[in-house]
Ligand binder design. Structure first.
Ligand code: NI
Length: 154
């Protein structure tokens, strides 16, 4: 396992659309392991492959309840709305309020190529949405609500 370098801020790769994984080969397994190690070292909640410079639909998430590995993830259902302070390993030291679903259901392949369904509430729902956005070149900074808008919502 090895740490990968994080792509940050205005790196154009963060705006690209990632490609589906066609075959779960050794390079994908190494990528998953390296992303998990990088996530842990950075003390993050989630990491998407484009954040380490790889335009593949691969995500790792750990909200403190164990590692979740997602290959070709798709959000198949969302419910509710929650506004929370959010950050991103690609924007160190920054944060902002984002409106996300309170519940998200995700379909993805695991490292064995088996299809799995995951249900997330609270922070896990946020992480699913935030990381899958990364695969489509969408960043949390695109969705932040400024303080004045927040006052109106409250
Ligand atoms: Ni992020």
């Amino acid at each position: 396992m090895a740490l990968r370098n994080l792509r940050v801020e205005n790196d154009p790769i963060l705006r690209k659309i990632s490609k589906p994984v066609k075959e779960i080969n050794d390079s994908i397994l190494v990528l998953l392991d390296d992303m998990a190690e990088t996530l842990k070292k950075e003390d993050g909640v989630g990491l998407a492959a484009p954040q380490v410079g790889i335009l593949k639909r691969v995500v790792v998430i750990d909200v403190g309840k164990g590692l979740i590995e997602l290959i070709n993830p798709e959000i198949i259902e969302v419910r509710g709305s929650q506004i929370n302070m959010e950050g991103c390993l690609s924007f160190p030291g920054q944060s902002g309020y984002v409106d996300r679903p309170t519940y998200a259901k995700v379909k993805a392949l695991d490292r064995n190529g088996d299809e799995k369904i995951y249900e997330g509430e609270g922070l896990l729902a946020i992480a699913f949405c935030h990381e899958i956005d990364h695969l489509n070149g969408i960043l949390y900074i695109d969705k932040t609500i400024d303080e004045s808008e927040l006052e109106e919502i409250k």
